[in-house]
Design a protein around this ligand. Structure first.
Ligand SMILES: Cc1cc2nc3c(=O)[nH]c(=O)nc-3n(C[C@H](O)[C@H](O)[C@H](O)COP(=O)(O)OP(=O)(O)OC[C@H]3O[C@@H](n4cnc5c(N)ncnc54)[C@H](O)[C@@H]3O)c2cc1C
Length: 421
């Protein structure tokens, strides 16, 4: 008997990252009878990994994950402190009392989300790369490459969770994320690292380390760490040499990694363009990095993108059940994610524009002011994921305004450069 592969689905999702799998999970949990396909171009979920895995635990709980499960199965380390280093090596520190950041094993996290979604009824098509999408007679048609074969699939509702490049989103006339604000990044996992605090993550600013963005040091355990840099796209092609320089020349890194062994090396593009203007079209929604649903300040997008993925899944199932028309459902998806995450995401986008062009001497001043005015105490209780408004509140404090006056022209100039770029 010839078994024909099903080629028509009610919902199709492009991309099996966290946003895509959570969209599938939510849609299947709301309408168990619907047919849902998730297409992933790679043969394995979560690989190649392109993430540092530093995530706010609170945000993961909002994705419906259980704290005990996360800690037991998905977490490599937990950090309670974050240090921010200026180019001249002064730093300020934030201690999280109420909550913490966890370092996730990202491949295992992605696999876990996919397994949950599959168990609820989503069908995964691995090694299926969506090449083209088009809308005809109220159906989306997907032209897909699987090995050497080209296949056609169709669906009623299409969700793009295709990640930061968002090629297909652009192909149908939506704005897409701005590639000029995609920061090439590379990171090494190293063992035999010494002289660091295993519960403290660190960010490093400065044009010698990571022009336009920052470098990071994330402890994985007592003797291993993930060290990386993301740099301005104008220096694209030099990411690895910036990281090597950071490891070999930076006073702290040099000592810490003198006898270190490389365990893993991986890169990607940190999305920092801010949210796109329109995240829906006819029977179509965009989620996660593809929609710019990331914190432009840090590039972190797992929690927010995942949350938006769930919203898209919820509204896709409301459309299928007839509670909402396709237009109402897709528009409501956009209204809902905005009501949760705006204005924070936009504030972070403007902060990123101001930060990317700051000269080193101004970074030194910014970090010194943050240290003198004890920014840590202001930010101890600010949400890790939604810190945009917290930072604005902090900077409007009279004490900070007074201190910040001398650097404000530089901030403004950097902002204008960032805006024009
Ligand atoms: C170096 C680096 C470090 C980062 N560190 C952090 C961090 O510490 N914390 C944090 O929260 N975020 C971090 N991020 C960002 C985080 O990785 C993303 O925000 C997150 O992965 C977004 O999830 P997503 O599901 O939207 O997209 P992705 O995880 O990118 O998933 C998209 C999926 O779609 C697939 N795909 C794309 N196009 C197609 C197609 N045409 N057909 C089929 N499949 C397709 C891809 O293969 C991929 O599997 C980091 C990013 C980088 C680059």
């Amino acid at each position: 008997m010839v078994i024909r592969e099903q080629t028509n689905f009610e919902i199709a999702i492009i991309g099996a990252g966290p946003s895509g799998s959570l969209a599938g999970q939510q849609a299947t949990s709301e309408t168990s009878e619907s047919s849902i396909a998730i297409f992933e171009e790679h043969n394995q979920i979560g690989k190649p990994s392109h993430c540092s895995g530093l995530i706010a635990l609170d945000g993961l709980l909002d994705l419906g994950l259980k704290q005990s499960f996360i800690r037991k199965n998905l977490v490599e380390n937990e950090v309670k402190k974050a240090r921010f280093y200026a180019p001249n090596n002064t730093y300020f520190q934030i201690n999280r009392k109420r909550d913490s950041l966890v370092v996730l094993n990202r491949p295992n996290f992605d696999k876990y989300l996919a397994t949950c979604s599959e168990n609820l009824g989503s069908t995964y098509f691995m090694g299926h790369s969506v090449k083209q999408i088009s809308f005809h007679q109220n159906k989306w048609k997907l032209l897909i490459k699987h090995g050497k074969k080209l296949k056609t699939f169709s669906c009623d509702i299409l969700i793009s969770a295709e990640g930061s490049r968002a090629r297909l989103v652009r192909s149908i006339g939506l704005q897409g994320t701005n590639n000029k604000w995609l920061f090439p990044a590379i990171q090494f996992d190293l063992s035999n690292v010494v002289d660091f605090e295993s519960d403290c993550s660190e960010l490093y600013f400065g044009t010698d380390i990571a022009p336009g963005f920052f470098g990071w040091f994330i402890p994985l355990n007592e003797e291993s760490a993930r060290i990386g840099v993301a740099i301005s796209p104008i220096h694209s092609g030099k990411t690895r040499s910036y990281l090597k320089k950071f490891l070999q020349k930076h006073a702290l890194m040099k000592i810490r990694t003198k006898k270190a062994k490389l365990v893993n090396s991986y890169g990607g593009f940190v999305p920092a363009s801010g949210p796109i203007k329109k995240t829906y079209s006819h029977q179509f929604m965009v989620v996660g990095d593809a929609a710019g649903q990331t914190k432009a300040t840090t590039g972190g997008g797992v929690n927010i993108g995942g949350f938006c993925g769930r919203l898209a899944g919820k509204y896709a199932s409301k459309i299928l059940s007839g509670d909402l028309t396709a237009f109402q459902g897709c528009r409501e998806y956009q209204n809902q994610w905005r009501s949760y995450f705006e204005p924070d995401l936009s504030i972070m986008k403007y902060l990123r524009r101001s930060m990317s062009y700051l000269p080193d001497n101004i970074w030194n001043d910014v970090i010194q002011i943050a240290k003198d005015t004890q920014i840590g105490t202001y930010l101890e209780t600010t949400s890790i994921d939604l810190h945009g408004e917290g930072l604005i509140r902090y900077s409007l404090n009279p004490k900070i305004l007074g201190n910040g006056l001398k650097i404000s022209p530089h901030l403004l100039l950097s902002f204008v450069r960032g805006f024009l770029y």
